[in-house]
Each structure stands twice: as structure tokens, then as C-alpha cells.
Design a protein around this ligand. Sequence first.
Ligand code: BDR
Ligand code: CA
Length: 321
Amino acid sequence: MPRAFLIDTDTASDDAVALIMALRAADVRVVAITTVAGNVGVEQSTRNALYTVELCGAKVPVFPGAEKPLMRIHESATWFHGHDGFGEHNYPTAGQNPEKLHAADAIIQTIEANPGLVLVTLGPLTNIALAVAKKPTIAAKVSRCVVMGGAPCCEGNVTPAAEFNIWVDPEAARTVFLSGLPVELVGWHLCRGNAVLNDSDINHILGLKTKLGRFAVECNSIARQAYKVQTGEDGICLPDPVAMCLALDPTVGTDWSTHYVDIETRSELTRGMTVVDRLNVADDERNRAVWSEVVSKKPNSKVCWAIDNTRWKQALYSALR
Ligand code: BDR
Ligand code: CA
């Protein structure tokens, strides 16, 4: 029996590569894709998801969702991914149409129809927050909720304190972390350094001579330049595919631990910061006043601290063959 995956995405260049990995995995059935405003507006995100599904020759319904965060204006990352999120290569419109049902309702229905499914989130958590607020019981029906987001105990990529997906909609992220969903947090730190595709990795992918390999490199062209400006690191950085790799095989993560996590929603300076109780002190008497809400809900999240970069890149190459 293939595992059922539900993927929520603000589809831009790295999201597309993650979708390809799931759509090409032999032991996975992607039962639905839901889209959200994040890197680009939700309409463009939907268009990009449909294009990626078609490129893979797959048939998966795509449900458009939230056009903006729960309580804030939508701020995109077109400065990173290009105006279309795909590096501005004029990709055509897919033949398949988006579904009519709102993503939040699709998430509820899909989880109820597939109890035990794996939920993978690649964008701001607005749709998931709307779904768990409307039907809190779905949280217990998800076997794993793999979240690409956050910068646990290290620097952010959109502000010094926060990673993009969490920063865009911190209220939604907080709702999700406190919902009882079995969160596995894949932070931005995991896709940096040796996880970045260097020239030799990129040549290897292009050498596969497949349309998926060419697309994966091409649609990340603007993202590569932006990442160089942002970090000084040269290459293609792929946060969502790293998260998908861990969703497909958590043993690629070499260091996991379980903690309380809270999300900063009130500060201007640290908006969207993923505060991880790494030393397990949240439950101490002296921290109780601030941490009591989180501790009382017992929503322990698994946090991944390190991955096996050789195995991550092998998994990517296999998907692009
Ligand atoms: C995350 O933000 C987006 O730009 C990427 O698609 C990824 O989901 C990385 O911070
Ligand atoms: Ca994304």
C-alpha cells in the first residue's frame, strides 16, 4: 500500500522540486495538493503547482487556498524566486484546472478520507491553521506533519530572527504548533552549506538529460543568484526538497530531538521566530508564566538538527532521473 501524502505549498522554484520528489516516489500516493499565498500570490502558486503536476505526468487535484495570512498583509518572495516564482522562463499554463473547493476544506476532507496520512507543508501555514481551527479533530488523524519552516536556534533568512514561511504568517504557525499535529520541523539551516547544490551536483543533474532535471535547475536560476547575494554561498539552495526528502525518509535526518516550540507573534524585532526549548527548561518553575500555554497543551515537536547530505543528494538525483 503506498503512503498517502497531502502537500500544502506556495509553489515556487524549490517547492516544485519537492513536488517532483513526492510525485515520483514509487511508494507514495499524493492524494491532494493545496496552495497558499507565500512566495507568490495564491493564483500563481496554483498555476505553478498545476504545471509541475503536468510535467510529472501525474493526476493530482490542486486546491487553491488562502490569498493572505490570517491577520497580516501578504508579503511575497518574488525578489528571491522571480515574479512568476519560477525564475521567469515563461512556462506555459497547464491543461488541468484548479479545483473549486477551498484548500482548508480540502485538507479536512482529505485527512478524514485518508486517516494516518503524511502532511507536508512547504509554505506559510495559513491553510493548515484554517483547517485545524474549523475541525480540530483532524490533528489526531495525521501520522506526521513535516513542516519546512523556521530557523531553530540559528539565524533567519528573511529577518535576523525568522525564516520566511513562519514569518509570513506567524499567527497561523502558532495555531499549527499548538494544534496537536505531530510536527516534524525541518528548519532552513538544513539546506545550507554542504546541502547546497554546487556546480558539480548541478552538472550531474543536467547530465541526467531529463526534462525534470533541466526544469529543476532552470526554474531555480533567479533563486540561485538571490541566494548568493543573501548568504555569499554559491549554488542552488533547496529548503522544500530537503523537507520532502525527510518526509519520504526520516532516517536521512541524523540528529532529531523532541521539544516544546513556540512562535513569536507579538514582537516587531523577532516576528515569526521559532523558539525551541532545546535544553528543555520551559517547564521549570521560573519559566512557567510565559510557557504555561504551550506546556499545558503538550505539543512536543520533533526538530531535525542535521542531515546526511550525501543521501539527500542521492534522493534528489533519483527523483530527477
Ligand atoms: C522557504 O521559503 C520559501 O522561499 C521557500 O519556498 C521555502 O519554502 C525557505 O525559507
Ligand atoms: Ca515554499
